[in-house]
Design a protein around this ligand. Structure first.
Ligand SMILES: [Zn+2]
Ligand SMILES: [Zn+2]
Length: 928
């Protein structure tokens, strides 16, 4: 059977082969059998945008989610991972507009209908490219349940949700000041606006002439909006302006006069001149002031950011050109009173970075406070848990201060708002297209031209994907879902809104745990960006890329100056590390860290780990084959765990395996995937490969069919097979490739992904005695190996090692393990229970109370031996001092548990004896 196992593991051939197998066999499919009583475990994937390409952030999400899904599937749960994509309103519209631009057309020229048709055509052609890419990572999504937010069923869910919220008075239409992107030409929600702190700005002072004489100087950061001013405000307590309150000023450019008002809420006496202009149509604070004082709202900007007819001579100018022109004209009139730099906050469109314009506009809003209250309660009561916990504070703060959500967008790609208007302006909101006005009964209705914010449909995702509003079996079985794993950056955009909608429409929070992970950055901790040229494409890491390919890609993406970094950091390009290596690397960072600074060295390390696993399995198969004897011809009868193994190595590895499973389960259950993967890594590398496989060699060399050989064969086969099961959720491909070749228990399923995750520590498996005994054996072996290494003894030279135990019991134990020492150290080993001084022609090491003696003549160099002894003595002296100090501390001796004090005393005695023995050996060596 080993002839089938090549020397090296080849992820490039194994990964696509096994993925195709899993998919062909339908292994990702969750059961919809009504008889299936398994507890469901459900994750709704954060739907990537249809415009998207796989990036490291996706790779990280998908890895974490796939590990959870595979783990719970292996625990015997009916696991469902719902995949799908988001129609991505603005992003898709931009892509299609770019296509049109190549043909020299704009969307307004082709018209809405043709544009939408074109967008669907693009969608058909580009398909679910990003979902194909998720497959490369090993994502075990139930593809038979793939959803798209613009699918008829999901669109139906959006209409239903809108109509119900409207009927409940939670959705309404209103005219108010909203955030407007003049470049995207749409309203934005508060969340889509990013505030640039400390942006360059200036404070500009100019004078308004007062009717009847005099002037009042105002300070402003946006002079062009003075064309829409409808008042000047001062503080009611400001002595400088008492005499002016109630007077009118005269606008210098347009035929308008307006009052000087007193307003304590708006005006800060210390800011600028203490007098401010009020532009209710273009500033949120002024808007509120205008409401308080019944001021007219004069809009001077058009939706494209140019000044409109209200701006008089400035009409048609872009807002920034208008700023300059207004300042010049004020200067020409002698009204300028000074300017100075003024760092300020500038709101920018999250998508296109354009400075956002506050505009008065009629939009649809969703009332959030009534929806937020139960969503706050769900987290407060622990029905839904936020991990890491510190996000709770942010969540509560945002939810308690939540503002109504502007949900209408002036786009063409998205869910139509199910509202119609009659000639009288009455609104009819209905599930089906209405034929007459719900208020006056008139026909000829006009549909609302807007679409809904993309996040409106995403908010319904956990239940719309399961069939809502229809009461489907899937909805009954899989809602609420189990875990929501996503980036902390969309906690409010998405997670909080799913919480609100889920509770509102389904009566229960949509998930029991929210796992918020951080951002993947380059190894310097810098955000990956095309401009910086530091983007690491997961597909390059998996499939390999030369440095030339990496540079070409960065340059195509418009990288500026990032190429040097690439040359320096990835001089060799990427070999094909495989998906498993990338997954294990992503898992090795704490999922709770805000930044995952992806290191290629780590990826390399985990690629080596996959190879180590492969080599361990290969050794195991060969060893099983060769130790089987003629009749068994290598076949292993069973991979059940041996009930009561006698050999120390077997007892030890089963005990350590149980401990590793305990740690792995704890990590997986508590979303510490780093701890789970770390425990398995250490088990495989330090315990299984470094020790057990070595120790199994002399055991398997015994008489075929003997108890010792049979027991070791069973242990080796069991541990290898079960280790593949434990690692499968993390490294699915290499474990499947190996598992399929290993001996398996009777009735094993067709894939490791359907096998059971190994049990955690169970009765009788944890074996403290074996672990302690192994610690001593390992120390002895390391001591002999160290002597060999330090004296540069050729590996083929057999040493004569004498082990002296301090008591009969340990002598007997050492006797049992002598053959292991002999095999692992190339030595002839004798054991005695002799005290007294070491003969002077021997080198001596004392470990765990055992004296390890080797004839000096075999070690050649007495000088090196002297150095080693001196070093060992120093170490013992240090340990002695520490132990003496501890026991000299009265409070320790009085307060510590008796057993602990006794242990320290025993240690002191042992250290003193060791010190004596080493010192004596050194003395003799010096004398000789
Ligand atoms: Zn924009
Ligand atoms: Zn009407």
């Amino acid at each position: 059977m080993t002839s089938e196992m090549p020397k090296a593991y080849e992820p490039r051939s194994a990964e696509p082969r096994w993925y195709a197998f899993w998919e062909r066999e339908g292994l990702f499919r969750a059961s919809d059998d009504p008889e299936d009583t398994r507890t469901p475990y459900t994750i709704a994937i954060p739907p990537p945008n249809i415009t998207g390409f796989l990036h490291m952030g996706h790779a990280c999400r998908v890895t974490f989610e796939d590990v959870l899904i595979r783990y719970h599937r292996m625990l015997g749960r009916n696991a469902l991972w719902v995949p799908g994509t988001d129609h991505a309103g603005i992003a898709t519209q931009v892509v299609v507009e770019r296509l049109l631009a190549r043909e020299g057309k704009t969307r307004h020229e082709v018209g809405r209908e043709a544009f939408t048709k074109r967008a669907w055509q693009w969608r058909q052609e580009s398909g679910d490219r990003i979902l194909e890419q998720l497959r490369v990572l090993g994502a075990s999504c139930d593809w038979s349940r793939t959803r798209f937010t613009l699918d008829p069923e999901l669109s139906n869910a959006v209409t239903e949700a809108f109509v119900r919220l409207f009927e409940e008075g939670l959705i309404y239409r209103d005219t108010r000041l909203i955030s407007w992107c003049v470049s995207c030409r749409t309203a934005l929600s508060d969340l889509e606006v990013e505030n640039e702190e400390n942006a360059n700005g200036e404070l500009f002072d100019f004078a308004y002439p007062i009717e009847g004489g005099g002037e009042i100087v105002v300070s402003t950061t946006r002079p062009e909006t003075m064309l829409g001013d409808t008042a000047i405000a001062v503080h009611p307590d400001d002595p400088r302006y008492q005499k002016h309150i109630g007077k009118n000023v005269v606008h210098p450019f347009v035929d308008r006069r307006f009052p000087i008002i007193a307003d304590a809420q708006l005006v800060d006496m210390k800011f600028g001149t203490g007098a401010v202009k009020v532009t209710p149509a273009h500033d949120p604070n002024d808007f509120a002031t205008g409401k308080r004082h019944n001021l007219p709202q004069i809009t001077v900007l058009a939706l494209d950011g140019k000044m409109n007819d209200q701006a008089g001579d400035f009409a048609g100018l872009d807002r920034f050109a208008a700023r300059k022109a207004v300042k010049e004209k004020l200067a020409a009139l002698g009204l300028t009173r000074g300017e100075k730099p003024n760092p300020m906050v500038k709101p920018r469109c999250q998508r296109c970075n354009t400075v956002v314009e506050p505009m008065i506009s009629t939009q649809w809003f969703c009332r959030m406070q009534p929806l937020a209250a139960p969503a706050i309660e769900a987290v407060q009561s622990g029905k839904t848990q936020l991990i890491p916990e510190h996000w709770q504070k942010t969540y509560f703060h945002w939810m308690r201060n939540i503002q109504d959500w502007c949900i209408s967008r002036q786009l063409w790609w998205g869910h139509a708002i199910p509202a119609h208007y009659c000639a009288e302006g009455h609104i009819t909101v209905a599930r089906e297209t209405p034929t007459k006005c719900g208020t006056c009964g008139k026909g000829e209705l006009t549909p609302d031209p807007d679409v809904l914010d993309t996040w409106f449909s995403s908010a319904l995702w956990p239940f719309s994907t399961l069939g809502w509003p229809k009461q489907t079996p899937d909805l009954a079985r899989f809602y609420p879902t189990s875990d929501m794993e996503t980036g902390s950056d969309i906690l409010f955009f998405w997670v909080a809104r799913m919480m609100m909608m889920g509770i509102h429409f389904m009566g229960a929070p949509p998930f029991s745990r929210i796992l918020l992970s951080g951002m993947v950055t380059d190894e310097r901790g810098l955000k990956m960006s095309k401009l910086k040229g530091n983007v690491i494409d997961p597909l390059d890491v998996i499939g390999g890329a030369t440095l030339e390919q990496l540079i070409a890609k960065a340059e195509k993406g418009g990288a500026q100056g990032g190429v040097e970094y690439l040359k320096k950091t990835y001089a060799e390009g990427f070999p094909a590390y495989g998906a498993d290596a990338l997954r294990f690397t992503l898992l090795s960072y704490s999922p709770q860290t805000p930044k995952i600074a992806l290191s290629m060295k780590r990826i390399e390390g985990y690629r080596n780990f996959c190879n180590k696993l492969w080599n361990a399995a290969r050794y195991g198969l060969i060893a099983l084959e060769q130790s089987g004897g003629a009749e068994q011809s290598g076949a292993v009868e069973t991979t059940e765990r041996p009930a009561a193994p006698k050999q120390l190595a077997n007892r030890y590895i089963l005990s350590r395996f149980a401990a590793a499973m305990q740690a792995a389960r704890e990590g997986l259950d508590s979303y510490r995937l780093d701890e789970a993967s770390g425990a398995l890594y250490r088990f495989v590398w330090n315990e299984l490969c470094d020790w057990y496989l070595e120790l199994s060699k002399p055991l398997l060399a015994g008489e075929p069919g003997s108890e010792q050989v049979n027991e070791t064969r069973a242990t080796l086969a069991h541990v290898l097979e079960a280790t593949m099961r434990a690692l499968h959720p993390m490294t699915p491909f290499v474990t499947e490739e190996i598992w399929q070749r290993l001996p398996k228990p009777k009735g094993a399923p067709k894939s490791v992904m359907l096998a059971r995750f190994p049990e955690a520590e169970v009765d009788g498996l944890s074996d403290g005695d074996a672990e302690r005994e192994m610690t001593r054996l390992q120390a002895v072996i390391v001591a002999v190996r160290t002597m060999r290494a330090e004296h540069e003894v050729h590996p083929r030279v057999t040493l004569d090692v004498e082990l002296r135990a301090s008591d009969a019991a340990s002598a007997a134990a050492l006797e049992r393990e002598a053959s292991a020492v002999a095999a692992l150290c190339n030595a002839r080993v004798s054991v005695s229970q002799a005290g007294g001084e070491a003969p002077e022609d021997r080198a001596l090491a004392v470990v765990e109370g055992v004296s390890v003696l080797v004839p000096l003549a075999q070690l050649v160099d007495p000088e090196k031996e002297r150095e080693r002894l001196e070093r060992d003595i120093k170490k013992v002296e240090k340990d002695l001092a520490a132990t003496e100090k501890k026991l000299g501390n009265a409070s320790f001796v009085e307060r510590a548990p008796e057993a602990l004090v006794a242990e320290e005393r025993g240690r002191l005695t042992e250290l003193r004896a060791t010190f004596e023995r080493l010192s004596a050996a050194l003395k003799k060596l010096k004398a000789s």
